[in-house]
Write a protein that binds this ligand. Structure first.
Ligand code: DNO
Length: 375
């Protein structure tokens, strides 16, 4: 192999580091759920252009410190497969922090310890969210599409009349480890909390962790609320431009930024995601992009679609164009895929459709990088 074959020659060996150096471009990543993930880490490496896995230490309750051995294990597994481990999704935020309980200081101290440890093993970006009780919510995981693939969907009418406290309801994305009694207590606690209280608890959290993130070189990237509206009376904050502006002002530092999830924010018709990405990437506050497409339906309903723009309501080419224009060199991962080719896997996180999404996005960026002068 010749040592210094440039990217512009023909049939040159593909060299990621050189590619990133020459174009100062985005880094493509892929979420991996660890050894129990039906998607083998070696398969991820086989997707052209993969830079890093996105993973976490699983099985540790929110609020606890991750052992260094478990972090090192992920790093080594990635390294063995020829991948980096630079992004964590997520370090979960304990509910007591969101609720502003006295015990929050202990959980914040643990969070800080996790930031320090992750930095020690080469992690550069940590994704987290501040959604009360429930993470992302869908009403059905296997909606059959006309072409035989299946998608995750959210149909507002399927949610009507449902009561999470009934004990017989579980929705995708929810932490199934909550017992009925725990949920009741949490709902009571949140019942006493106003949205403004939640904002001030978020501010308290940021004031404690961002100085540490700055010192340890970790870009914190909050994930928007998914979907971006209140659910079952629980308040949600990271939902639109006005609130994201407010969030970014809470702690004005490059280290307090966003995981910009196109599918989450894009579910609200009022969110112009291309314009928002333009604004926040220009300000260098987007560290991690989740690129997913959704088909918006009437009312507060939507279906997740293939990444390819004509399949959904979002224009992925325009999304990539504004990122490229603003010199975005952070992390991107293809978000939720459909289930295709009879794959059986973790809902939203199969191999095939996400791999198609990754290649589609990588292809758009290759085109943008190579035609830079012509734009
Ligand atoms: C859904 C994911 C979210 C995300 C967390 C980040 O598929 O995007 O569950 O990981 O909200 O904290």
């Amino acid at each position: 192999m010749k040592a210094d074959i440039g990217l512009k020659g023909q049939c040159r060996p593909f060299r990621m580091a050189q590619w990133h150096h020459e174009y100062r471009t985005m880094k493509m990543t892929f979420r991996w759920y660890g050894e129990s993930d039906p998607v083998k880490i070696e398969y991820i490496k086989q997707i052209p252009g993969m830079h890093s896995i996105v993973s976490a230490v699983y099985g540790v309750p929110a609020g606890e410190v991750w052992s260094e051995a478990s972090i090192l294990h992920i790093k080594n597994r990635a390294g063995k497969a020829g991948l980096n481990f630079e992004v964590v999704e997520s370090v979960p935020v304990h509910e007591d922090i969101k609720l502003g309980k006295p015990s929050r200081d202990l959980y914040i101290a643990n969070y800080i310890e996790n930031i320090k440890r992750l930095s020690k093993y080469g992690v550069r970006c940590v994704c987290y969210n501040f959604m009360p009780v429930f993470d992302w919510t869908r009403t059905q995981l296997d909606k059959m599409n006309a072409d035989g693939s299946t998608s995750l969907v959210y149909y507002a009418e399927q949610l009507k009349g449902k009561n999470p406290l009934s004990g017989d309801m579980s929705l995708p994305g929810w932490d199934s480890s909550y017992r009925k009694e725990d949920l009741k207590i949490l709902f009571d606690d949140y019942g006493k909390l106003t949205k403004e209280d939640l904002w001030s608890n978020l501010e308290y959290f940021l004031k404690a962790i961002i100085p540490v993130a700055e010192r340890y070189g970790i870009k914190m990237a909050i994930h928007p609320d998914d979907p971006p509206w209140d659910i079952f009376g629980l308040p949600r904050l990271i939902t639109d431009e006005k609130n994201i502006d407010r969030f970014l002002k809470l702690y004005d530092s490059k280290y307090s930024g966003l995981t910009f999830c196109t599918g989450s924010l894009g579910c609200a018709k009022s969110n112009d995601v291309v314009q928002m990405i333009d604004k926040y990437s220009k300000a260098e506050r987007i560290h991690f992009m989740h690129i997913r497409n959704v088909r918006l339906l009437d009312g507060e309903s939507f279906e997740e679609s293939a990444h390819y723009s004509p399949c959904g309501s979002l224009d992925v080419v325009e999304i990539c164009k504004v990122l490229h224009k603003n010199g975005f060199d952070g992390y991107i991962r293809p978000d939720h895929g459909r289930m295709i080719w009879d794959e059986i896997g973790k809902p939203g996180y199969g191999l095939y459709d996400r791999a198609l999404g990754a290649m589609y996005i990588t292809g758009i960026f290759e085109t943008l990088n190579k035609t830079k002068g012509a734009q």
